[in-house]
Ligand binder design. Sequence first.
Ligand code: PLP
Length: 461
Amino acid sequence: MNTKPSQDAAKLIIETFRQRTSGSGEWNTRAAESMPGGDTRAASFYTPYPAYMTRGEGCFLYDYDENQYIDFLNNYTSLIHGHAHPPTVSAIQEQAARGTVLGSAAEVTVEHAEMLCSRVPSFDSVRYCNSGTEATLLAMRAARAFTGKDIIIKMDGGYHGSHDYVQVNIQPDSSEEGRPRPRLSSRGVPEAALEGMLVAPFNDLDAIRDFLQARSDEIAAIILEPALGAGGGIEPEKGYLQGVRRLADEFDVLLIFDEIMTFRQDVGGFQAAIGVTPDLTSVAKFIGGGLPLAAFGGRKEIMAPFAPTHPMTIPHNGTFNGNNITMAAGLATMKEFGAEQVERINELGQRLRNGLNSAFQTAGVGIRAVGSGSIIRILWSREKLTNARDAVAAQEKALDLPKLLHLEMMNRGIFSAPRCQYAISTPMADKEIDVAVDVMSRSLEVVKPYVQEQTPHLALD
Ligand SMILES: Cc1ncc(COP(=O)(O)O)c(C=O)c1O
């Protein structure tokens, strides 16, 4: 029976991947016996199976079958200097030799905190935890404690980690019309989580104003990523974040920026770049130099109750909070990430966006490279999209195209997030960007039959 060219293209891509990574395939079969799905993190899963990466050097990764990749995933933006950055490795080795976690206060934690507070406009003071999830949980708790109110407004498609209160509308419902209805994003989360949350579309000031006009006496805070990451790569419209700040002030609620992904966009985060200062901020990813670390912080009076001696203290614990080895790694990494490095990787980011957009144009595929600074995302639409629901609807209509492009890029040595998100690291130069653009052009030729037959709305010719 004759197959369609689109089926042949998809089959070829998947078969090539399986052949190149057969060792990973064997590990995957073994892994499924001890871990459901064969691994332990949903965001790093893709079909037919994820490649097993065995080592990294600078901006390169090597898999079990010794294939080399340029690493544009960077562990979801957290490896700002790529892999095995020599000053960070030395700091880790030195600290390991003196003890990884000494279970008491440490100078290195103070130095790290001073660096964060000197950089991030909203940080009068900070506290540390071990994941971004914890940082947003604690920022929300701080806001609720400070205001004495419970409800928090989040964005449709906003991602803030995996604690219960933010398992609400992570994935927008593309079939819905009008304002988003709050929905749980995971089974196992109590319905009660919905009572504490309201959901607004990103880039829609009216929706936030309506909530505040109706219920500001119950609303503690608005939490948002300055640019939506997992929610489709949506940038804020001009004036939007300034407008949210004004609304928060007008109705006396707190503004929380989740800068876990966007912190890398400027020395002081996205907030410094656009001149909007929230009351609280969460940061994570590269601040731990490749080890797990996150922080939350903000205005002094909001953070003060985290002092154990405060009369109305908010207990804040964590066995590994501020552990010595992570702080040492983070400090070594941050010391080498200043204005010059930010500017350089942001320029490389723009070079990649421009290169990808011309590759799409030349190949006649109606998708767009968007994002800002050193983070590049693909919108599966030729239109300008301003909210997560439209971005998700476009991705759904692109069917298997994102998956096939991701795999074909891997077949040609480019590693990225399965959703085709690319993050620049400081060891990269023009050469790596140009290789990625060239690989995209060649991958587009391979997927073109799929676009023409399965997603003709994305075919430009
Ligand atoms: C914006 C944002 N918030 C929160 C998180 C959760 O951080 P973690 O995975 O460290 O828990 C992430 C992770 O990607 C994120 O991008």
